[in-house]
Design a protein around this ligand. Structure first.
Ligand code: PBG
Length: 322
């Protein structure tokens, strides 16, 4: 091939590099996670996630406006309720913290597309993602509560719901409940391949959702499994998912690629808390160029095949991308 072919020719300056670039990242692809808490005037930085906050409703409205003004079209909401109980009743209360947050955001920025995380772990006293019976999460008992939660989010004005619990059959249950309550037009983004990952550590501080006993390995996927992710995605799609998500993103780029190449639905990837914190920590120590690492990570997730990226970097990246 050489010297006829010289690949360096198309790398020689920024203009030609940009012209032949295969992958792009745009703020249009971003979904920004927000943590809403009770009270007033609260904007508490999450120590393991610099630049991310637990915010009360008033502060959330301000943040939502900023998010939208940066060109980010969408947010996903996580709630920290005042009280937790065995059945996570705060998750499906009409005046629950997320239900209130949806209304506040829709009042402040009607154009912002509001997605809600549908799960019980932030609301249960034991911190598991479902109803605990005999020391384990009872799959089928959990489905009706998740359905109640999804419907209550839709009633409060959510544009899309995103179940993250990993119970079997929850997409079908939620779809049926939404349809029955008059929300046939509300899409479901399923956390289809969600792994039992150490990279959720900082999030659990943020959402105060660390399990009080055991772990989530009896419902979240084993990090070693690749084919199983396709089974999970296929099942969620068969049950009516509109978008399938892979989570985490970075240690699972192969899974994103597999899901992209196997199904013709939009694919989302969750660039999770631990992936964010690693970059922030290394940057604070002066060990890494934060901006370049961030953009390289986001590009890699798009290159692997994700259409949408849930990321704590959304605001910083949007500022750079303009
Ligand atoms: C709720 C949920 C979790 C995350 C999103 N939804 C935590 C978990 O499953 O333990 C993690 C997000 C992140 O780490 O950024 N089930």
């Amino acid at each position: 091939m050489f010297p006829i072919h010289r690949y360096r020719r198309l790398r020689s300056n920024p203009v030609i590099r940009k012209m032949v670039r295969e992958t792009s990242v745009s703020p249009d692809d971003f979904i920004y996670p927000l943590f809403v808490t009770c009270g007033k005037g609260i904007r508490k930085e999450i120590s393991s996630m610099p630049g991310c906050y637990q915010e009360s409703l008033d502060q959330l409205a301000i943040n939502a406006k900023e998010v939208y003004s940066l060109g980010i079209p969408s947010v996903i909401l996580f709630g920290i309720p005042e009280n937790k109980d065995e059945l996570g009743t705060g998750a499906y209360a009409e005046d629950g913290i997320v239900q209130q947050a949806i209304k506040v955001i829709k009042d402040a920025v009607p154009e912002l597309y509001v997605i809600t995380d549908v799960c019980l772990c932030e609301y249960t006293s034991h911190g598991h993602c479902g109803v605990v019976a005999k020391g384990d999460v009872d799959n089928d008992k959990t489905l009706s509560l998740l359905s109640l939660e999804a419907v209550s989010h839709a009633k409060a004005g959510a544009d899309m719901v995103a179940p993250s619990d990993m119970m079997d059959g929850r997409v079908a249950a939620i779809r049926a409940a939404l349809d029955q309550e008059g929300f046939a037009g509300t899409p479901i983004m399923a956390y289809a391949a969600k792994y039992a990952s150490a990279f959720y550590g900082p999030f659990r501080e943020a959402a105060e959702s660390t399990p009080q006993f055991g772990d989530r390995r009896s419902y979240q996927m084993d990090p070693a499994n690749r084919r199983e992710a396709l089974k999970e995605a296929a099942m969620d799609i068969a049950e009516g998912a509109d978008i399938v998500m892979v989570k985490p993103a970075l240690a699972y780029l192969d899974i994103i690629s597999d899901v992209r190449n196997t199904f013709n639905l939009p694919v989302a990837a969750y660039n999770v808390s631990g992936e964010y914190s690693l970059v922030k920590a290394a940057a604070q120590l002066g060990w890494i160029d934060e901006e370049r690492a961030m953009m390289e990570i986001l590009t890699s997730i798009r290159r692997a095949g994700a259409d949408l990226i849930l990321t704590y970097f959304a605001k910083e990246a949007a500022k750079i991308l303009g």
